[in-house]
Structure formats: C-alpha cells, structure tokens
Design a protein around this ligand. Structure first.
Ligand code: KIV
Ligand code: ZN
Length: 516
C-alpha cells in the first residue's frame, strides 16, 4: 500500500482567502477537528507574518499531538527562525520553506538569477535542517517552471536535507496531463526524488485542483496539500474532502493507495469550518453540499429505492451524515441526546453537553421535527469558539418589534451585561435595521462598515432554524458574528450582538497591548 499523506493548510492558505480571517480560539477549534480527522500535517500558519499568527502556530504546536505541525517560511533566515521558534514545542515539528522557481517569478518578483535561487535553496534548506529534521521545500509556481530547472531545484533541496519537496500549481494553471508529466519528470530526473516525498499543492482557478492533485498522485506524488471545503486564495485550494473521497470511492483507479483520514469526520469538519467563517456550503458542493446526497428527480428516487448503487456512488454515512435522522424529540433525555451526538462524531465536555441539551429541548418546543442538521447547528452554536461568551459581553435579554410595509419599523431591545440591563428603542428601515440601531445605542461598537449579511435555513419547513451571519469590517479586521433561532429577526439580532462583542473585546485587547 502506498500511503498518501494529507497536509492540511486550512489555517494558512485557507485563511488567506478573503473574509476567512480566524481568531486564535477558532483556529484551535479547527486544529482539533483536523486532528480527529487524522490529517498527517497541519500547516498552522505563517509565523513571521504577524504576532497573532506566531501565537496561533505556537499554541497549536503545544496542543496538537497526533499530527505534524508546520509553519510556513520564506527562504530567509529570519522567517525560518520565527517558524522554528513557533513550532519547536510540537511533538512533531516541521518547517516549510519556499521560493519561486518559474522564470516569471524569478525575473519580476525575486529579481534573482537561476544560480542565485539554487544557492538560496541550498543555504536555506541546510539552515532550516540545523533546527528541525522534518523539512519541506516548496518550489512556488512549479507548474510554470522549466522542468529541467525544477528538477535541479528539487535535487538541491533534497541534497541539503528536505524530506518533502512540494511542487505547487500556485496560480491554478495546470491540467491533469501536465501535472502527471511534471511529477514523472521530477521523479525521473532529480536525484534522490524517489527517496523522499513529492507533494502536490493545487489551486482551483480553472476548477481543476482536485483532478490535478489526483493526477499527481497517479504519477507518484506521496502527499496532497489541501484545505477543508477547498478554502483558499482566489478560487481556493484543493478540497480535502474531495481528494480523499475520490481516492476511497475510486479505489479501482487508485490501486494500493490509502490515506489515514477518518472519513466519518469529514462532514463535521466541513460544518465547523463553514461555521467559523460564517458561510455555508454551496448547495451543489461536492461531498458536503446539501444536495450532494439528495435525489430529487423521480427517476433517480425510483432507482435509488430499487438499488442504491444506481445513482449513489458513496454513502452519506461514510462522511458522517446520519440518514436515520429523526430519532430524537421532546421526550428524549440527556442520555439519549448524548448517545446520538456521539454517533454523529461529537464528544462534548459536560458543560457543552448541558448547554447543547438545553438548547435542543428549547428547540423541541418550537419545532416539530428536530433532525441532525438542527442538532449540528445547535452544537456549533453553543460550543463553537466564536460563540464563547466573555464576562463583559452583552447578551440579549428581550426584544420587541413593530413593523409593517407602509411605515418605518420600530424596535426595542434590552441587553444584559453582568447584572446590569440596558434598554433602547430605535427606528429603521425594517425590524432588523431598527434593532441594530437600538443595539448600537447600547453597545456603541465603534466605526465599522456593515459587511456581509446572510440568512440560511438549517433544514426544511416553515419552522426551520434560521442561521444568520453578519460581518463587521474595520480597516484592519473583520468580525464575523453568528445567530441561530427559529425566528430570523432574533437570529439576526443575536448575530449582530455576537459580532459587536468581538469587535469591542478586540478593541479593548489592542488598547491593553498598546499601554503595556
Ligand atoms: O500556492 C503556493 O505556491 C503556496 C506555497 C507557499 C506552498 O501556497
Ligand atoms: Zn497555495
């Protein structure tokens, strides 16, 4: 069996995608999910890029034991120093250094000759190797590099200690044929390439990231770099769930190939990541989209009833979706709830379990059929890092709205902070606008632009839970807030308060650091 390593870069390349900035707690939550998923490597960030990134790489390095923890570094001493400083506490640390090898990048970005780039690879790989035995070298823009030079760069990196050489399709330009040719060429022509791991890292600009990564594996690559939900710059990176399920489902095309991933954790990991970034899977997203396993048309339904294999190439259970859905209700006890969520892949602390169970009971009073999508939303809403409540956060006590389609709306909102209560009333263009104006009078979150506002239904039916996400933008940061309720006005109010609390608490932290 050839083991394909899964290198997850959700927390580094994924986080670079617009609107996907994550705070430390959110990154740790995702890292824990990745550990459960059994990825081989977690690229936790780019340590030199900011003190916040350094802290998150370092905290993940301290807390995650079952995966290698990598930090990215440009090929400079100070980048490598910072990367090592951040990951050295990990049980399995890794330094990932890169430099571009395409003529375009060398001429215009680096302004370096081929000889200078080779010299830099030699020196910097050896420099990193003094710190750490596990070294990955990436030849940025490999797919647009001259093959002969790419093989030479690979050879130099290997000779100086690289244990993995990654050949990225940085701008998502390659095709599966080219990918195969590149991997085969480097394996054939770079001395030592067969003894280390060659890796692929594809971007999805032409929608071929998954196909290209798999073509790389077929040609002999032993590692795929990818992100949950295909998050990443521009059109994103290779989606982890897609390459993994493709290799498992098409074992006939990937003979004697396996990876460590526990596929039953895929759905949960996908939901967690979408939840953190305040987004939802596109309905038709492969593997994790809401329609991925639904068979709407009569012909398909008939076929699936007669024999599942007619239209179903993999089972929802294999990625952790429970089809035997509606088993819990108003009369279910805490024990049954706990058993059910454990089957769904959630292991909660006693405190989180109680919070989630209370929310589940409250929902049962409002909604006739509570299914797994509702339960997932409840768990994420009550346990997710982004929902953590600080002592001096404002919380919703109650609200009232008066609205119609012929007058201005009025909202009254009462918030609590500790033992104090604050009540304000405001007018607005609709009940949500009015409620936000009332909340602003109480919380005064400061200058910001109201960015994305999205409302999604968690499941089906007119009593479905509404999940709202709100993004507040300041010149340097984005704050994503989330709210959940069977009433979308309440969900919107909760989402806004959540985002405003984050904004206020980040502002306080900035002031404390500035004074220190
Ligand atoms: O896309 C890319 O080339 C990268 C490298 C830094 C590995 O992300
Ligand atoms: Zn990349």
């Amino acid at each position: 069996m050839r083991q394909i390593k899964i290198f997850d870069t959700t927390l580094r390349d994924g986080e670079q995608s617009p609107g996907c900035t994550m705070n430390l707690k959110e990154k740790i939550e995702i890292a824990k999910c990745l550990e459960k998923l059994k990825v081989d490597v977690i690229e936790a960030g780019f340590a030199i890029s900011s003190p916040g990134d350094f802290e998150s790489v370092n905290t993940i390095a301290k807390n995650i034991k079952e995966c290698e923890i990598a930090s990215l570094a440009r090929s400079t001493e100070k980048d490598i120093d910072a990367a090592w400083e951040a990951v050295k506490v990990a049980e399995n640390p890794k330094i990932h250094l890169f430099i571009a090898t395409s003529k375009l990048h060398m001429d215009y970005k680096l302004r370096m000759t081929e000889e200078e780039v080779l010299e830099r690879i030699k020196y910097m790989t050896a420099y990193a190797k003094k710190y750490c035995s596990s070294i990955e070298f990436s030849a940025e823009d490999a797919t647009r590099s001259e093959l002969e030079f790419l093989a030479k760069a690979t050879e130099v990196a290997i000779a100086n200690g690289a244990t993995v050489v990654n050949l990225p399709d940085t701008v998502g330009y390659s095709t599966p044929d080219e990918m195969k040719r590149m991997i085969s060429y480097v394996l054939e022509h770079a001395e030592g390439a067969k003894d280390i791991e060659l890796s692929v890292h594809c971007h999805n600009d032409l929608g071929m990231a998954t196909a290209n990564s798999l073509a790389g594996v077929q040609a002999g690559a032993r590692q795929i770099e990818c992100t949950i939900n295909g998050l990443g710059e521009r059109a994103g990176n290779t989606a982890l769930e897609e390459v993994v399920m493709a290799m498992k489902t098409r074992a006939d095309s990937f003979t004697d190939i396996d990876c460590r991933i526990d596929t039953t954790q895929l759905y949960r990991a996908s939901k967690t990541v979408y939840n953190v970034i305040g987004q939802h899977a596109p309905l038709n997203k492969a593997i994790v989209g809401q329609n991925a396993f639904s068979h709407e048309s009569g012909i398909h339904q008939h076929g699936v009833q007669a024999n599942k294999l007619t239209y179903e190439i993999m089972t929802p259970e294999s990625i952790g979706i429970h089809v035997n859905n509606i088993v819990l209700g108003k009369h279910s006890g805490k024990h049954a709830f706990q058993e059910h969520i454990e089957e769904m892949g959630y292991q909660l602390s006693e405190e989180d379990l109680l919070k989630s169970f209370d929310a589940f009971k409250a929902l049962c009073d409002k909604k006739k059929n509570v299914n797994d999508d509702d339960i997932t939303a409840i768990i994420l809403d009550n346990t997710g890092a982004e929902m953590e409540v600080n002592e001096d956060d404002y919380r919703l006590d109650w609200f009232a709205v008066h609205t119609s389609n012929f007058t201005t709306s009025t909202s009254t909102v009462c918030l609590r902070k500790g033992d104090e209560k604050f009540e304000q009333v405001a007018l607005g263009d609709g009940p949500v606008d009015a409620a936000i104006a009332a909340i602003d009078k109480i919380m005064n979150p400061g200058e910001h632009i109201f960015g994305k506002f999205s409302i999604n239904s968690v499941s089906e039916g007119k009593d479905t839970l509404g999940s709202v996400s709100v993004t507040l933008e300041t010149p340097n940061q984005k704050f994503i807030g989330r709210g959940l309720s069977t009433d979308v006005i309440e969900a919107s109010i909760r989402a806004y308060i959540n985002a405003a609390n984050k904004m206020i608490s980040s502002d306080k932290k900035a002031k404390i650091t500035a004074q220190d």
